[in-house]
Design a protein around this ligand. Structure first.
Ligand code: PMP
Length: 479
């Protein structure tokens, strides 16, 4: 692995500086419709143009160096500037840049990657994952899940089992099905979502949803039993599946109490419904395991993945299909009328294979589990001492802290004050990417981050929290 001191040479940075930021911003706002962006706002402020990256750092067109504590968008697990991944993409592009996997054809990297994933995915409770379906994103993969789950129950002669249950504030993508499975109210409010036969239960968010005096363990059980109540209210014979992220990412890094997942498993087993573990963020080392279901002792039937499988270098997603579903689809299903042009894209699969090889060689998963992950936990969780922080926790290499008005009473700030966004602005100013979800500040750093870089990041986080505190005090919003 590269030492942290190996940052892009000054010549490269200078080249970035020479780009005309204002001209790029004008073109950007004139022509490029961005995801999840207020364009009127963008036009007045201009976007930040990111021009290059190495290791855990990115640079903007003004030459500012920024520590990327979000791994791009939870995906650059192996860090930036990995030549092995570029080489794998180049080689495969020159050998076979594209061929489809439809109509009884295949390609070498897709076969090898499917076999490799089957080998990496641990068997739990006698359930194995011998099969993989490929897509190009997390959203597409969850659309595939909806199609597969419904096909599965049709083939078993139970076509009335249509309802899929997700969770409020869960995130499963931005396509029609993905956004419907997710429980983001802002997304549902645009475009008549959710689509029919998708419903939600409340999230297991101890900080916000626990009753006064309730223990975490009791809250975890109570939150899991919301699923049981929901299934019973719909009629168990109409429920097809439950989908959830092992740790909610985009919802604000919400780590469920230890009692939650075992109880969820008991409930889905009791009703015989399928369990989908959406590991688009949580897999590929993010929580210190290749797949997060292992960490939580969950026995899912389908596992969604994307992002970290290629460390974000090229788009690739997919679904690990457990034996229970695969057997029915293969033995009884005939042709499954579903697939994407880029399912099993050779270049994407070749980069994924190189990424997995790199992660194995550098023992990135083990490092997060046994070394840098526990170290990050120790340092990050100490932030709970800061006057502005109500709670701070991590799980592997994701972390979240909640900004509060009153630590003792856990009183939150008025939403209108946008305290999270204020903090995020200080992060930008101080050369740190941290994401704000309401007033929760979250991180998901590249897995190559060293202990020294954890220290560097923590120093920046402290500086940004202090600056936010100062700002709130100066404006008289905090005593
Ligand atoms: N599921 C989860 C858990 C995610 O975090 C995301 C993206 N953040 C998605 C699905 C959607 O993935 P994509 O943006 O690649 O479509």
């Amino acid at each position: 692995m590269k030492p942290s001191s190996l940052i892009p040479p000054p010549a490269l940075v200078r080249r970035a500086e020479q780009q005309d930021t204002k001209a790029l911003q004008a073109l950007d706002s004139a022509h490029y419709i961005h995801p999840f962006t207020d364009h009127a706002d963008l036009a007045t402020r201009g976007s930040r143009v990111i021009t290059q990256a190495d290791n855990i750092y990115i640079w903007d067109s003004e030459g500012a160096k920024i520590l990327d504590a979000m791994s791009g968008l939870w995906c650059v697990n192996a860090g930036y500037g990995r030549k092995e991944l570029a080489d794998a993409g180049y080689q495969q592009t020159m050998t076979l840049p594209f061929y489809n996997s439809f109509f009884q054809t295949t390609n070498v990297p897709a076969v090898q990657l499917a076999a490799k994933l089957a080998q990496l995915a641990p068997a739990v409770g006698g359930r194995k994952f011998e099969h993989v379906f490929f897509s190009s994103s997390g959203s597409e993969s969850n659309d595939t899940n909806v199609r597969m789950v419904r096909r599965y129950w049709d083939l078993l002669g139970q076509p009335q089992r249509k309802v899929i249950i997700g969770r409020h504030n869960g995130y499963h993508g931005s396509t029609m099905a993905g956004a419907s499975l997710g429980g983001m109210s802002g997304m549902h409010a645009q475009g008549d979502l959710p689509i029919p036969n998708i419903t939600h239960i409340e999230q297991p968010h101890f900080f916000e949803n626990a009753n006064p005096g309730e223990s975490e363990a009791d809250f975890g059980l109570r939150a899991a039993r919301w699923l049981d109540e929901k299934i019973l209210s719909i009629g168990a014979d109409k429920v097809a599946a439950f989908i959830a992220e092992p740790v909610q990412g985009a919802g604000g890094v919400i780590i469920p109490p230890a009692t939650y997942w075992p109880e969820i498993q008991r409930i889905v087993d009791k009703h015989g419904i399928l369990l989908i573990s959406d590991e688009v963020i949580c897999a590929f080392g993010r929580l210190g395991h290749w797949f997060a279901y292992e960490k939580f002792g969950i026995r899912p039937d389908l596992v969604t993945f994307a992002k970290g499988v290629t460390s974000g270098y090229v788009p690739l997603g997919g679904v690990l299909v457990g034996d229970r579903v695969a057997k029915v689809l293969i033995d009884k299903g005939g042709e499954f009328n579903h697939g994407y042009t880029y399912s099993g894209h050779p270049v994407a699969c070749a980069v994924a294979l190189a990424n997995i090889e790199l992660m194995e060689r550098e023992k990135l998963v083990e490092r997060v589990k046994d070394d840098t992950g526990p170290y990050l936990a120790e340092r990050f969780e100490a932030l709970a001492q800061h006057p502005l922080v109500g709670a701070a926790e991590t799980c592997g290499f994701v972390g979240g802290l909640v900004l509060v008005k009153n630590k003792a009473t856990r009183e939150l700030f008025d939403e209108a004050l946008g305290v999270g966004m204020r903090c995020r602005a200080h992060c930008f100013k101080n050369g740190l990417i941290m994401r704000a979800v309401g007033d929760r500040m979250i991180i998901a750093p590249p897995l190559v981050m060293t202990r020294a870089q954890v220290d560097e990041m923590m120093e920046l986080i402290h500086r940004c929290l202090d600056a936010t505190l100062d700002e709130l005090r100066t404006e008289g919003l905090l005593a």
